[in-house]
Design a protein around this ligand. Sequence first.
Ligand code: CO
Length: 221
Amino acid sequence: MRYLSHLFEQNRAWAADVTRQDPDFFQRLSRQQAPQYLWIGCADSRVPANQITGLLPGEMFVHRNVANVVAHTDLNCLSTIHFAVEVLKVSHIIVCGHYGCGGVLAALRDVRLGLIDNWLRHVQDVRWHYRELLSGLETEGQRHDLLCELNVISQVINVSQTTVVREAWSRGQALAIHGWVYGLQDGLLRDLDMCVTAESELLAREAAALARAGQRTWGSA
Ligand code: CO
């Protein structure tokens, strides 16, 4: 192999290792996937969905983009949600942000980077929507942490309001939408208490999550 041969070597070693532990693993997986979870996370290389949750190939359907945004006009994300809910019939959709997110920081600072500014406009909409909460904080670090959480809360609301999820709930399909944040500094996931299982729960869940937003890190970080 001429290019990136070390990655192919590592791949062969990985496949051999998996096969040694479970000889039928790849044959079994090649016939079908039946993941229970859809992960919507940041594209950041430090937040690999399967690794940080200890899940194997086949156990998590994954969509990642810069700053884990769910935009109502993003056919890529909407198609992923559609396939996960209607074909794979996942039981859980996890929106996972992370502290230290560069996309969220760029949105917070209003820096001009080019094309991506248009994508991060969605996070700036979150900043604008919750400007009073954010303005009450003393340091940029606190505002950054809080905006990472508020962005997750907002994207959970967006997932919950997609036609796909609303239709799933209206026909009685069990589906929970979760909001999590991952800590780059300790490798741990935090649950933002933003778990929505019906559209009617949205307002109460948002209020409860907002009441606790920021408290996870202000004491420690
Ligand atoms: Co990020």
